[in-house]
Design a protein around this ligand. Structure first.
Ligand SMILES: Nc1ncnc2c1ncn2[C@@H]1O[C@H](COP(=O)(O)OP(=O)(O)O)[C@@H](O)[C@H]1O
Ligand SMILES: [Mg+2]
Length: 306
């Protein structure tokens, strides 16, 4: 039994098909990514899981129970942190977290709040009113709110929005640590491919309300096996032999002394190319292999090219 099972979830807003039959299963302890461009249906999925909006059809089971009939009990074991999470501007950080801790009946609440503030490095903001925080500070308070009840299932909807790169990196570390310690199951939505790749074990590609593919980042990237090898030679080298390299490699001459090889099967071709390049006697100054990014694959999958 999976911790979360969604089957054939559908949601329509007037003429917009926001979800066209989404099915997925997430296991306990997974850091699971929901990745897709704006409008893909990520927030709609999350909001249905939170009971904020009703699906038109489909079934959801969480912790082995039917979400439609057991929602109140299920939601006590979940939590959310999202860009839209509303905290009170006139209350301090600690007061806000006390309100949410109270809702979930958290024991030793003050100590829990201290632990979370420390994790996200905002201890010094405890007594500051929310309205005076920067968006990056606000985002981190939102994450503390999401973790206040040690949820078994945590939904994070674009939760790193507004963080500068340094804080975003620290925040990702803190989230990863929390997840590993508590074995929290996390559903993480973002349109930031690099972030999802770094954090998530498995990723669901969502586009226009449909799941296109679910797999690990490595296997998803493997859908484009092609890699590019760029070789720059020392200035003044005779490059005629490189231009006419045998083995059917036809390189493109892209710069003064730079050549580009497109490798359809890098594992077998790379070694052969390197040996032939050495045989030409031309001295190499620099070389670089470019692998496809998650974004490259996403674009191709969304266009139906793979
Ligand atoms: N309350 C709403 N009324 C009408 N259309 C909506 C509403 N909420 C979302 N949509 C539409 O549903 C689609 C999916 O939106 P959303 O789930 O917010 O996508 P994402 O979070 O992936 O950016 C979009 O086309 C969006 O415009
Ligand atoms: Mg969204």
């Amino acid at each position: 039994m999976s911790l979360l099972e969604i089957h054939d979830l559908r949601k329509r807003y007037g003429a917009v098909d926001a979800l066209k039959g989404v099915s997925l299963a997430v296991e306990r302890g997974e850091f699971f990514g929901l990745l897709g461009p704006n409008g893909a249906g990520k927030s709609t999925t999350i909001n249905i899981l939170l009971g904020l909006i009703l699906a038109d059809s489909g079934t959801i089971r969480i912790f082995g129970e039917d979400f439609a009939t057991r929602q109140t009990a299920i939601r006590r074991r979940m939590n959310v942190a999202a860009a839209f999470t509303s905290l009170s501007g006139v209350l301090t950080v600690r007061e806000n977290l006390k309100v949410y801790g109270g809702i979930y009946g958290v024991n030793n609440l003050n100590a829990k709040i201290d632990e979370l503030l420390e994790r996200f490095e905002i201890t010094d903001l405890a007594n500051r009113k929310l309205q005076y925080l920067s968006s990056g500070q606000h985002t981190r308070v939102t994450l503390c709110k999401g973790l206040i009840n040690d949820p078994e299932l945590l939904l994070l909807d674009e939760c790193t929005l507004g963080l500068d790169p340094d804080i975003a990196e620290k925040t990702r570390r803190a989230l990863q640590e929390f997840q590993r310690e508590k074995l929290t199951t996390i559903i993480f939505t973002s349109h930031n491919m690099n972030e999802v790749e770094e954090l998530c074990g498995r990723i669901a590609f969502l586009s226009k309300g449909e799941i296109l593919r679910i797999d690990t980042a490595a296997r998803i990237k493997g859908l484009i096996p092609q890699q590019i090898l760029e070789v720059r030679f020392q200035p003044g080298e005779d490059l005629e032999a490189v231009r006419h390299l045998d083995g059917g490699f036809s390189p493109q001459h892209t710069g003064d002394s730079t050549f580009r090889f497109v490798l359809d099967e890098p594992e077998t071709q790379l070694d052969a190319i390197m040996q032939r390049l050495v045989q030409t006697g031309a001295r190499i100054a620099d070389l670089q292999m470019t692998r496809p990014t998650l974004e490259d694959v996403f674009i191709k999958v969304a266009r139906g090219e793979i």
